[in-house]
Each structure stands twice: as structure tokens, then as C-alpha cells.
Ligand binder design. Structure first.
Ligand code: DAH
Length: 339
């Protein structure tokens, strides 16, 4: 029996030496030490031994069991170590490899200028309002004193969704929405996207951006309009900038005007940028028409106001000397990365 036990010790040692994985080791444990294992099988025959032999063999069996267990334990650790090493090897990072470049983006030129404009108006006590791009005919035209069949509709032909719903052609409907929701004093700008069924060319796009402005309070006059917009122009183009008001017509303002700034390129002498005029038109405005105030429940005998509309693309094109509006929408990195 002694010999049988020593044989098991040797067999186990050999099997463990060949074991390569945790599964191999577990299989060896079952084979030698398990309930139906070889060692157990031999110990079952202990009953046949004499009283003197029994403790000796028992001692030996225990030694061998301990021996095999220790070897298994040792091997388990070795296998684990080797697995860890292999894992680390597989995960090794070569820090000398060239990396994938993640280029940091930046603001679109339209956003650069819009943010500047917002900053200027914040400084003058304005807040920012907004309205939906899909708008009711009522807000886009009717309430702004542009009834059905009014010729002003022809120049702002648009994309109708239903008879009474359309893509807004201007940000002016925001005036109505603000006055419906807010009692004077009102001081807001409303920047946003507008739509017109214009053919695309260097200065036209069916989608473009406007910045609406509206101030309503007691005692607001044309002088406030001029003062506010002069401050705005000076902040945007420099202290030496002058503005000029030219009479114009908009159905929702009375009187109405267009406002030019002295050319920031030549200072007013005349150059290719201002087409020799010395002035560049940047916005339309006027005193809010009493009918428009009334449409919004504002009493024109108590309150007055001025409004204006700025074309954002024009500001951007002049600011960065861009001669084709389409560049602003094409997402060409060769163009955009210049800003
Ligand atoms: N909505 C006008 C347009 O798209 C621009 C405009 C002119 C807005 C005068 C105004 C304004 O608020 O008072 O042509």
C-alpha cells in the first residue's frame, strides 16, 4: 500500500507538471483527491491493515494529500501569473505610435458674429427672445399689418405648410409673440433662421438668419432708435462709425427707415467693399406701427416703440470679407478653418 501511495504521489507530480491551465489543475485535483479519486480509493482499503500499519499508512496518505494540494496551489499561482503576463503583453501600448488626430472645432462664422451682436445688446439691457420657425400666417403677416393680398407678401414668398401655416419669412413675428406675452417695458432681440423661396446665388439663400429687435415703453421716440442703433454700430465696427437713416417703407413700422453704417473698410471715402458709396446698409427699422401695438393689446396712446431687423449674413460677409454667401452653408473645412 505504501508503494501504491508513492506511485500516486509520482503520478500526481507528473500530471501537475504537464498541467497548463486552471482546468488541467482542476482535473488533476478531481483525479487524485476527489471523492472518487485515486487516493481516496486506496484509503478505502485501509480496513484491511493491521493496527500497527494503519497509523503509518494514514500518516503517509495525509502527507501525500498535503503534498499534492501544495503542488496544485503552487501551480495555480504559476498559471495565474502566466495568464496575467500574457494579458499584459497583449494589452501593451506602444506610446511611440503616431496618434489619431482629434481636431478641436470652433464656432461657425455666423455664430461668431451672432454671439458678438448678442453681447452688445446684452450690454444695452436687451434680453433674447425666440419664436418658432414654422409659424402661423397670422404672426408672420397678418398681425404685422400685412393682410392677405398685400404686395409686401410677394417679396417674401415662402414655403407654405397649410393655407395658414408657413416657414417664417422674417423674425418679425417674434415681436408679436413677445408683446402678447410680456407687458412693456420690453427690450428684446430675437435672432433666428428664416426662409424664403429665393433662388440661390452669391447674395441669396432660401435659408438665412435675421436678428429682430424690439423696444416698447412709454415715451420711446425715433431718437431712441437712432441712439441705440448708433451705439450698436459703434460697438460692432468701431468708435468712428457713423450711421445714416434713409426713409423706407415697412408695413409694420411708421415711420420706417433703412440704416447704413459708414464703410468700415474705407471710412466713407468709397471703396470696392461699399461699391464706391461710402455707406453700407445693415438693417431696416422704424417706429412700431400703432396697429401692430393694438393687435397685441398694447395701447398706442400710452406706449410707443421701435423695431429693427438685421440680416446676420450681411454682417458676417462684411466682417470677414466673404464675397459668396453660399460658403457659409457648405461646411467646407478649407473655408471654415479660416475663422
Ligand atoms: N422683417 C423685415 C424684413 O425681413 C426687416 C425689418 C424691417 C424688421 C423693419 C423690423 C423692422 O423689425 O422694423 O425685411
Amino acid at each position: 500500500m505504501k508503494q501504491q501511495l508513492e506511485e500516486i504521489r509520482a503520478k500526481a507530480a507528473q500530471a501537475l507538471q504537464q498541467a497548463r491551465s486552471l482546468q488541467d489543475l482542476d482535473a488533476a485535483r478531481v483525479r487524485f483527491l476527489g471523492k472518487k479519486g485515486e487516493l481516496t480509493a486506496i484509503l478505502k482499503g485501509m480496513g484491511k491493515l493491521t493496527a500497527e500499519e494503519r497509523p503509518v499508512i494514514g500518516q503517509l496518505a495525509n502527507d501525500i494529500r498535503a503534498d499534492i494540494e501544495a503542488r496544485i496551489q503552487q501551480n495555480v499561482e504559476q498559471v495565474k501569473e502566466r495568464m496575467q503576463e500574457e494579458k499584459l503583453k497583449a494589452e501593451k501600448i506602444d506610446v511611440t505610435m503616431p496618434s489619431n488626430k482629434h481636431e478641436l472645432g470652433h464656432k461657425h462664422p455666423l455664430s461668431i458674429v451672432l454671439d458678438e451682436v448678442k453681447e452688445i445688446f446684452y450690454g444695452m439691457g436687451f434680453s433674447v427672445a425666440s419664436g418658432p420657425e414654422v409659424e402661423w400666417d397670422y404672426y408672420n403677416f397678418e398681425a404685422l399689418n400685412i393682410p392677405k393680398e398685400h404686395p409686401a407678401r410677394d417679396t417674401q414668398d415662402t414655403f407654405y405648410i397649410t393655407e395658414n401655416m408657413l416657414l417664417r419669412t422674417q423674425t418679425s413675428p417674434c415681436q408679436i409673440r413677445v408683446m402678447e406675452q410680456q407687458k412693456p417695458p420690453i427690450r428684446v432681440i430675437a435672432p433666428g433662421r428664416v426662409y424664403r423661396s429665393d433662388a440661390v446665388d452669391a447674395t441669396h439663400s432660401p435659408i438665412f438668419h435675421q436678428i429682430e429687435g424690439l423696444v416698447v415703453d412709454k415715451g420711446i421716440t425715433m431718437a431712441d432708435l437712432k441712439g441705440n442703433l448708433e451705439s450698436f454700430a459703434k460697438s460692432l465696427y468701431g468708435e468712428d462709425t457713423k450711421i445714416r437713416l434713409r426713409p423706407h417703407h415697412f408695413p409694420f413700422t411708421e415711420p420706417s427707415c433703412e440704416i447704413d453704417v459708414s464703410c468700415f473698410n474705407c471710412g466713407g471715402k468709397g471703396c470696392p467693399m461699399c461699391k464706391g458709396e461710402g455707406w453700407i446698409e445693415i438693417l431696416g427699422g422704424g417706429m412700431v406701427h400703432p396697429k401692430v401695438l393694438k393687435n397685441c393689446g398694447v395701447d398706442p396712446d400710452v406706449y410707443s416703440g421701435f423695431a429693427f431687423g438685421i440680416g446676420l449674413e450681411r454682417l458676417v460677409m462684411f466682417r470677414f470679407n466673404i464675397d459668396d454667401m453660399r460658403l457659409l452653408y457648405e461646411n467646407d473645412m478649407r473655408f471654415l478653418s479660416q475663422f
